[in-house]
Ligand binder design. Structure first.
Ligand SMILES: *Cc1c(COP(=O)(O)O)cnc(C)c1O
Length: 391
């Protein structure tokens, strides 16, 4: 269903996979099929589409594209990242146990603990970078392990290949939220996981103008279960959103190279700044996950977190409101740089004691380094950090 095959490089597949010129008109861009239903020539005789909750050609093109980028047989797209996680959790049964890492997107934590726990799915939140703790957790039966690497917001790195083999030996499956790395930097299915989840809202869309999610897999049973969930629960993206995401993936490889380059420069700048205490960035040689990251990722991504010397909230607030190029906002992965305060913004839904237990300080600041000019980003942070000096 595409004019490229899987032997092409990432950039070629990013632009072409899942898509072909419109057979009716030759339009090079996949049309926005803004329709809810499809005419049939006789009952159940149709061109592969009957109702748009089940499938839509713009969505089919996006799913083909994302599957190709993740080296998956299939991708299933959703109206948001959390609705993608929700679809996976709907496939759990009462009594199933999920082991999740303690440094997760706040909304994932909220969905697990406040929605699915009451239906009898249990969630053990542990530090999965600690493989002894994981081995111990796997002594009791578990259905699934859920984690992020790099994680949000502490940029922890989990050894995906090791965790997959430990899980499979114990009869559990593995899902990785690959939102921070994107398939350009990391392909977890190649490292043995069963499911890859994306908030396509972030780097895949890349322009902060769409909300979406996806699950990619090579497991036929999961494809069947997720397709059933799409038809039955219907958390689907609209055709316009799918079009915007397809437009985003065409430049994913180019944007990611620039995100990575800018983030490396910003991280180096922060490390040398006298007001900065710790810098969390997997590209730094002293980051505890650096070696694993260098092995399982092609580069280190565009996300950085840091704390300030003295750990005072007023200093953190001065930096958060002192930047001009970095905008204070939730979300990440767009072309524009963002600055965020996880404890009060993106991770406010994680109870404070869980946050502190996971090492997430109240004054931690998270950056989504965009693709503006490196010198402007550093000058902006320099001004904001100078304000701290005067305070
Ligand atoms: C944003 C995000 C999500 C949730 O995705 P939405 O598209 O906002 O629903 C899940 N995981 C990570 C790592 C995220 O950054």
């Amino acid at each position: 269903m595409s004019n490229v095959d899987s032997k092409n490089g990432f950039g070629t597949r990013a632009i072409h996979a899942g898509q072909q010129p419109d057979p009716g008109t030759g339009a090079i861009m996949t049309p926005i099929f803004q329709t809810s239903t499809y005419v049939q020539s006789a009952p159940n005789v149709n061109k592969g589409y009957d109702y748009a909750r089940v499938a839509n050609p713009t969505r089919t093109a996006l799913e083909g594209n994302l599957a190709s980028l993740e080296n998956a047989s299939d991708a299933v797209c959703y109206a948001s990242g959390v609705s993608a996680i929700d679809a996976v959790m709907k496939c759990m049964k009462p009594g199933d146990r999920v082991i999740a890492s303690n440094d997760l997107y706040g909304g994932s934590f909220r969905l697990f603990k406040q929605v699915y726990q009451k239906f009898g799915v249990s969630f053990d939140i542990i530090d999965i970078t600690d493989l002894d703790a994981l081995a111990q957790a796997l002594e009791k039966p578990a259905r699934m392990i859920w984690f992020e690497s790099p994680s949000n917001p502490l940029l922890r790195i989990i050894d995906i290949e090791r965790v997959s083999s430990m899980a499979h030996d114990a009869g559990a499956q593995v899902a990785v939220d690959n939102t921070f790395a994107t398939p350009f930097l990391q392909r977890p299915l190649d490292l043995g996981v069963d499911l890859v989840m994306h908030s396509t809202t972030k780097y895949i869309g890349g322009h902060s103008d769409v909300v979406g999610g996806a699950i990619c897999t090579n497991d036929k049973q999961w494809v069947e279960d997720l397709r059933f969930q799409v038809k039955t629960s219907g958390g689907v993206p609209g055709p316009m959103d799918c079009f915007l995401l397809l437009r985003g993936t065409k430049t994913l490889h180019v944007r990611m190279e620039r995100h990575c380059r800018n983030a490396r420069a910003v991280a180096q700048y922060l490390v040398e700044h006298p007001r900065v205490d710790r810098v969390y960035f997997p590209g730094l040689a002293d980051h505890p996950g650096h070696e694993i990251a260098a092995r399982q990722m092609d580069d280190f991504g565009g996300m950085i977190s840091f704390t300030l010397v003295g750990d005072r909230m007023e200093d953190a607030l001065a930096v958060l409101s002192g930047t001009n190029v970095f905008s204070l906002a939730e979300s990440l992965g767009g072309v524009e740089s963002l600055i965020d305060h996880p404890a009060s913004m993106t991770h406010a839904s994680v109870p404070k004691e869980e946050r502190l237990k996971a090492g997430l300080k109240e004054t931690l600041i998270r950056l989504s380094v965009g693709i503006e000019d490196e010198a402007d980003l550093i000058a902006d942070l320099d001004r904001a950090l100078a304000a701290v000096n005067r305070a």
